[in-house]
Design a protein around this ligand. Structure first.
Ligand code: ADP
Ligand code: MG
Length: 701
C-alpha cells in the first residue's frame, strides 16, 4: 500500500539549529492492518505520519502510494491522493464546532466531489449507526464530549472511503474508557483499511497494534509484529510497581529520605554514594553485583508506581461492521473538486457571523490590519528621511570612481595631489579570519571569515569610537559596530562566547602573506576599537590594508623586527629585501622576486622571527605592481577616496576630463525612490482595503 524509501526530512536545514527529524526511513506498509508508530515525544512520529500522509513535504526520498510515486519534485500528486485516499484523525478532533455532526461529515464528502444528497445520507447514517452516534446527527460538534467528537472525526475520515487512515495520538485527550472505545473502532476499521497510528503509550500499542514500529531521533529502532495483541497482561518491563517489591531499607534524616527496594534478597555488599556538584547528581556504586546504574529522570521511559500492579481492564474487541463498500454507489462519485461548494462556503461563513462576538472581533481585527498597513506605509515614506547607508552600501561612502580609460599609474597617483582627493583605493574588499580566544579554540570551526571594505585610518573620526581606542600602530583595526553585529547574527560566534560587540575588542584577526617559496606567513592584527557610524568599512593603517589585500609583506611594517645581514635596505621603489638564505646572491641578477607579474630586485637580506614574512617591499612599489597587474582593461574602474566628494567630481571633470561618480549618491536616490513607491503602494492598498471592509462591515451589521 505504502512504500517509503530513503525518506529524509530536516527542519532548519543548514542552520545551527538543524534538526534531522526523519533520518533515512525505509518502510513498507500493507493494504490493511493497524500499524503503530511508537516513540518518546520529539522522536519524529508526527512528522513521519504527516509526511507519509501527504500533510508535510519531504526533503529526500520516495513515497510509493499504492502505485503513485511521490518525491520532492512530484509532490503535487499528493493533492488528489490526500483528498480521495487518506483520512485524517487528530488529537484535538479538528471539527468545525458550529456545524452539526452531519454537516461536518457532509462537507468532507462535498470536498471530494460527492454532492448527491441520498449518497451522502446513506454513508453518514451507515457509519454513525455503527459507531453509536446516529442520535447525535443534528447536534453541533462543539456540544459533544471529547469521546463523541473523536467518533465524529473518525466518521468524517471514513466517509470518503479512503485507503489509508492516519491518526496522530487520537486518544491523547481521552479517558481510558473512551480510549478503549476509539481504539476498538480503529481496530475494526483496520480490518479493511490501513490505519497508521501515532502514540507514545506502550499500552495502546501492545493492546491493539498488528505491528509496532519504534522511532527514536527520527530513525526506526525496531519494527516488529505485535505478538501480545489483545493480551490482557499489559504490564511492561519498564513499569516498576514498588508495592510489589520488598522494601529493604528506608530511613530519613534532615529531610533527605533514602529507600531501597528490591525484587530479590540483597546479600551482596553494596555501598552507594550520592554526590552533588555543579547542580549535578552523581551516583557512585561500589558493588560486585550491581554494576549497571540506571538513572531515572524526566526523560526516562521507566515509570515508577507507588502501588501494586493490577491488570488493566480490557474488554474483548467488539466487532463493528464497516463494510462501507456495501453502501457506496460509485456512480454518485462526481468530478473531483478540491474546494467546497459556494453554498457550503456561505453556510460556513454565515454560521460564523451568527455569533455576535465573532462579528465584532472580526471587524476589530480588520481595522487593526488596515491600521497596520497604513502605519507601515507612512513609516516607509517617512523613512526616506532617515535612510541608513549601511542598508545598501558596502564600500566607503566617499568613494568616487571612474573608468581607467588609458590612465597610467603615475597619472592616477598624481591625482592624490588634488586637495579634494584623498588617495587611490584599490577596488573590492579585504578578507581575514577572526581568531577567537584560546578558551574557545577547542571547538571546531572557531574561525570566522570577515570580508569588509577598508579605509585608511587617516579618515577615522575618533569621536565616533564607542568602545576601545583609535589606531596607534600597524596591524591594529577599528571595526564598524553594525558590521560586527551582522556578523554575529550570521555565524556561530554567539555559541562560542561572543555575545556582544564589545567581546570583539582585543580579539586578533589573521591574514596571510606570501613567501618566496610559495608558503604563507600568518600575520595577526588586533581589533582595538569599535566605531558607530554609517560608513560600511573598517579602518587600519594604509600599509596594513595593502598587506591584507595583496598578501605581500611591507617593509615599513616590519622595520623594527628585522636585522639587515647583507646588502642595503629597499630604499628605491624597485627594490626589496629577502630573508637570509632565501635567494640573495650579491652581484647577480637572479635576485628578484616577481610580485603580481612585476620582477622586483632584491638588494639585501635580513634575519627575523618566523612571524615576519620572507620578503618585504616598499608600499609604493607594491601599489604600482598591483595596479599594473589588475588594471589592464580600459574599462576597469578606479576608485579614489575623496576628501570632498562633490568638489572632487567637479575637479576631475573640469581639469582632467574624467567623468566620475559617487555610487552612494546614485544608490541613495534609487533606494529612496523605491521606498517611496513601495510606501505609496502599501498606502493605496490600505485605502482600498479600508473601503471594501467598510462596505462589507456595513452589510454584516
Ligand atoms: P513527536 O510527534 O514524536 O513528538 P515531532 O515529529 O512532532 O515528534 O517532532 C520531532 C522533532 O522535530 C522535535 O524535536 C520537534 O521539536 C521538531 N520539530 C517539529 N516540528 C518542527 C518545525 N515546524 N520546525 C522545527 N522543528 C520542528
Ligand atoms: Mg507528535
Amino acid at each position: 500500500m505504502l512504500k517509503l524509501q530513503n525518506l529524509e526530512k530536516f527542519y532548519n536545514k543548514n542552520r545551527n539549529n538543524e534538526i534531522h527529524v526523519i533520518n533515512d526511513i525505509n518502510l513498507e506498509l500493507p493494504q490493511t492492518g493497524l500499524v503503530v508508530l511508537l516513540g518518546p515525544s520529539g522522536s519524529g512520529k508526527t512528522t513521519l505520519l504527516n509526511v507519509l500522509g501527504g500533510l508535510d513535504k519531504l526533503n529526500q526520498g520516495v513515497i510509493d502510494f499504492d502505485g503513485t510515486v511521490i518525491d520532492k519534485y512530484r509532490s503535487s500528486h499528493w493533492d488528489d491522493i490526500r483528498n480521495e485516499h487518506v483520512g485524517y484523525i487528530f488529537q484535538n478532533y479538528n471539527l468545525l464546532n458550529n456545524l452539526s455532526v452531519y454537516d461536518n461529515i457532509a462537507m468532507t464528502l462535498n470536498m471530494v466531489g460527492i454532492i448527491d444528497k441520498e449518497e451522502i445520507d446513506n454513508r453518514i447514517d451507515y457509519i454513525l449507526s455503527n459507531i453509536g452516534m446516529i442520535n447525535y446527527r443534528r447536534r453541533k460538534a462543539g456540544q459533544l464530549s471529547g469521546g463523541q467528537q473523536q467518533r465524529v472525526a473518525i466518521a468524517r475520515a471514513l466517509a470518503k472511503n479512503p485507503k489509508v487512515i492516519i491518526a496522530d495520538e487520537p486518544t491523547g485527550n481521552l479517558d481510558s474508557k473512551n480510549t478503549y472505545d476509539i481504539m476498538n473502532i480503529l481496530r475494526n476499521i483496520s480490518k479493511t483499511k490501513l490505519v497508521v497510528l501515532v502514540t507514545h503509550e506502550e499500552n495502546i500499542a501492545s493492546l491493539y497494534a498488528d505491528r509496532i514500529i519504534r522511532l527514536k531521533d527520527g530513525q526506526i529502532v525496531s519494527d516488529v509484529e505485535n505478538k501480545s495483541i489483545g493480551g490482557v497482561d499489559v504490564q511492561l518491563d519498564t513499569d516498576i510497581y514498588l508495592k510489589d517489591l520488598n522494601a529493604v531499607t528506608a530511613f530519613e534524616e534532615n529531610n533527605h529520605s533514602f529507600q531501597v527496594f528490591s525484587d530479590e534478597k540483597i546479600d551482596a555488599n553494596f555501598n552507594v554514594r550520592l554526590i552533588v556538584k555543579n547542580k549535578t547528581l552523581y551516583v557512585q556504586v561500589d558493588s560486585n553485583k550491581y554494576k549497571r546504574v540506571n538513572l531515572l529522570d524526566h526523560s526516562s521511559e521507566v515509570k515508577i508506581f507507588d502501588a501494586h500492579y493490577e491488570n488493566e481492564v480490557f474488554e474483548e474487541f467488539t466487532d463493528i461492521n464497516f463494510d462501507l463498500d456495501s453502501v457506496i454507489d460509485e456512480s454518485k462519485q462526481q468530478q473531483k473538486r478540491a474546494v467546497i461548494s459556494t453554498k457550503e462556503a456561505f453556510k460556513l461563513a454565515f454560521n460564523r457571523f451568527k455569533d455576535p462576538s465573532r462579528t465584532s472581533k472580526f471587524i476589530y481585527a480588520m481595522f487593526i490590519v488596515i491600521a497596520g498597513f497604513v502605519a507601515i506605509a507612512i513609516s516607509m515614506i517617512f523613512n526616506v528621511y532617515s535612510i541608513d547607508p549601511l542598508d545598501f552600501m558596502n564600500e566607503p561612502l566617499d568613494t568616487v570612481s571612474f573608468k581607467l580609460d588609458g590612465l597610467t599609474f603615475d597619472e592616477i597617483m598624481a591625482l592624490e595631489d588634488e586637495p579634494s582627493i584623498g588617495y587611490y583605493n584599490m577596488a573590492g574588499d579585504v578578507n581575514f579570519n577572526v581568531v577567537l580566544p584560546t578558551v574557545f579554540q577547542r571547538i571546531y570551526g572557531d574561525r570566522g571569515v570577515m570580508i569588509m571594505a577598508a579605509l585608511n585610518d587617516t579618515y577615522l573620526d575618533s569621536s565616533k569610537i564607542i568602545y576601545g581606542d583609535p589606531i596607534a600602530h600597524q596591524n591594529e583595526l577599528v571595526l564598524n559596530k553594525v558590521l560586527l553585529e551582522n556578523m554575529m547574527e550570521n555565524s556561530s560566534y554567539q555559541s562560542l562566547g561572543i555575545t556582544s560587540v564589545q567581546d570583539f575588542l582585543n580579539i586578533d584577526i589573521e591574514y596571510e602573506v606570501e613567501n618566496v617559496d610559495g608558503t604563507k606567513t600568518k600575520i595577526k592584527a588586533t581589533i582595538v576599537g569599535i566605531i558607530e557610524e554609517s560608513n560600511p568599512v573598517f579602518y587600519a593603517k594604509e600599509e596594513t590594508i595593502w598587506m591584507m589585500k595583496t598578501g605581500i609583506g611591507i617593509y615599513d611594517v616590519f622595520e623594527d623586527d628585522i636585522t639587515l645581514t647583507a646588502g642595503t635596505l629597499p630604499l628605491d621603489n624597485r627594490e626589496l629585501i629577502v630573508r637570509e638564505n632565501d635567494l640573495y646572491i650579491p652581484g647577480t641578477t637572479v635576485n628578484s622576486v616577481t610580485i603580481t607579474d612585476t620582477a622586483i630586485e632584491a638588494t639585501g637580506t635580513f634575519t627575523a622571527a618566523d612571524t615576519v614574512p620572507d620578503f618585504l617591499v616598499n608600499l609604493d612599489v607594491l601599489k604600482e605592481a598591483y595596479f599594473n597587474n589588475n588594471y589592464v582593461q580600459p574599462d576597469e574602474v578606479v576608485s579614489l577616496i575623496a576628501n570632498d566628494v562633490d568638489e572632487s567630481i567637479d575637479v576631475l571633470l573640469a581639469d582632467y576630463g574624467i567623468d566620475a561618480v559617487n555610487s552612494y549618491k546614485t544608490l541613495f536616490a534609487t533606494y529612496r525612490q523605491m521606498q517611496i513607491v513601495n510606501g505609496l503602494g502599501t498606502l493605496m492598498f490600505g485605502a482600498v482595503f479600508l473601503g471594501a471592509s467598510s462596505i462589507s462591515a456595513f452589510f454584516i451589521l
